[in-house]
Ligand binder design. Structure first.
Ligand SMILES: Cc1cc2nc3c(=O)[nH]c(=O)nc-3n(C[C@H](O)[C@H](O)[C@H](O)COP(=O)(O)OP(=O)(O)OC[C@H]3O[C@@H](n4cnc5c(N)ncnc54)[C@H](O)[C@@H]3O)c2cc1C
Length: 336
């Protein structure tokens, strides 16, 4: 399956050439119940590379997820690794599984989303397999050549990898989501691996609960910055967001000041979003913030400083005090 043999004539001798067949492993991200959407974007990226796509579903009581993955068009095989050891998806437990999987199947590419999980797992695996990880790609030129941003999104790099195995994290917003129905991939158990982890232990997790859409998947995002002054004032943004069906994000300054939790941070060291509409409220537009939202289709900025750099990337700008503008907007949206 992993090498393609072709026959050619050379000086009257028949020579068999073996070229490595493209085969990509996509590491599925999920919560043991359902897939996290970035896996679908990662599968689209894998499709662009070409060749067979295998999806690894590792978790605890996660067979439902394996079923979901098997229906995604383009996936030819699902490897299921169901083990108590994968509680919390600790990279220290998952890396030996991936190592064993790679040793058995010899994939040419291993892909995961550029999420907290992908970012902690892939560099470990790359170190174990002695290859250079390629992070946060936004485009694929061919099987060896990838596009990614550098300098906080200010420059675009085209990178050609000479490694025989490419280990890549994928920026979800740069690739369309694959369809959820239409495929019929076979499932089998992932290879056995010694996943005993004495370095770290999963204790518990506290997830912020919200009925609003997930930040990276939302079609509209309203973000607040230091200009919001405190956490209580974010209620204004939640009210507006609820009327617009939007997610709420924040700048790092707002997170660092303790206004909101850090899973709301948008930017170079936060989440990358590319919604249809991004509304920046009381955010100056530092390059590290722009790195996380400048691919949004329409950008609206509300800032009382007409010189704020955010206006350079905004499609629509409102120079006004946000404490006046936001309640007015909420009123208008509410009447529609
Ligand atoms: C390595 C590194 C990584 C970073 N990563 C990130 C990141 O991921 N995300 C991120 O956001 N930042 C990041 N930063 C921080 C970044 O450089 C900025 O400091 C930060 O984005 C500023 O946030 P802000 O725009 O909310 O605050 P400020 O720059 O202080 O801007 C506040 C804005 O609010 C406006 N304002 C104030 N009051 C009002 C009002 N009443 N009405 C209307 N407007 C008002 C002001 O005019 C001002 O423009 C990073 C920095 C570094 C060095």
């Amino acid at each position: 399956m992993f090498s393609r043999c072709c026959r050619t004539k050379l000086a009257n001798q028949t020579v068999y050439l073996f070229s490595r067949y493209q085969s990509t492993l996509v590491i599925a991200e999920h919560d043991n119940q359902k897939l996290i959407p970035i896996t679908l974007n990662t599968i689209t990226a894998a499709n662009k590379i070409g060749g067979d796509i295998t999806c690894l579903v590792a978790g605890t009581q996660c067979s439902k997820v394996a079923e979901e993955v098997s229906k995604i068009p383009g996936v030819s095989k699902v490897l299921l690794a169901d083990n108590e050891a994968f509680k919390g998806f600790l990279p220290e437990s998952l890396t030996p599984l991936l190592f064993a999987t790679q040793k058995q199947f010899n994939f040419s590419h291993i892909l995961a989303g550029a999420t907290a999980m992908g970012k902690s797992l892939l560099p470990r695996l790359a170190a174990k397999l002695d290859v250079s990880p390629i992070s946060d790609i936004i485009g694929i030129k061919d099987k060896d050549t990838f596009i990614r941003t550098i300098y906080a999104g200010n420059a675009i790099q085209t990178l050609k990898s000479k490694d025989s195995l490419k280990i890549i994290s994928v920026r979800g917003t740069a690739f369309e989501a694959a369809a959820l129905e239409g495929g019929n991939a076979a499932s089998e158990n992932a290879p056995d691996a010694d996943v005993k982890n004495e370095v770290s232990e999963y204790v518990s997790q506290e997830l912020s609960k919200s009925d609003r859409p997930e930040l990276t998947a939302a079609k509209t995002v309203i973000s607040g910055g230091r200009g919001m002054k405190n956490g209580e004032n974010f209620k204004m943004l939640y009210d507006l967001a609820d009327k617009m069906g939007a997610a709420v994000g924040a700048s790092r300054a707002a997170v660092d000041a303790g206004f909101v939790p850090n899973d709301m941070q948008v930017g170079q060291t936060g989440k990358i979003v590319a919604p249809d509409l991004y509304v920046a409220v009381g955010i100056s537009g530092a390059i590290q913030h722009l790195a996380g939202m400048k691919d949004s289709k329409v950008i609206v900025a509300i800032n009382k400083d007409p010189e704020a750099p955010i206006f350079q990337v905004a499609d629509y700008g409102l120079v006004q005090d946000l404490f006046k503008a936001v309640p007015e907007m909420t009123d208008i949206v509410g009447k529609k």
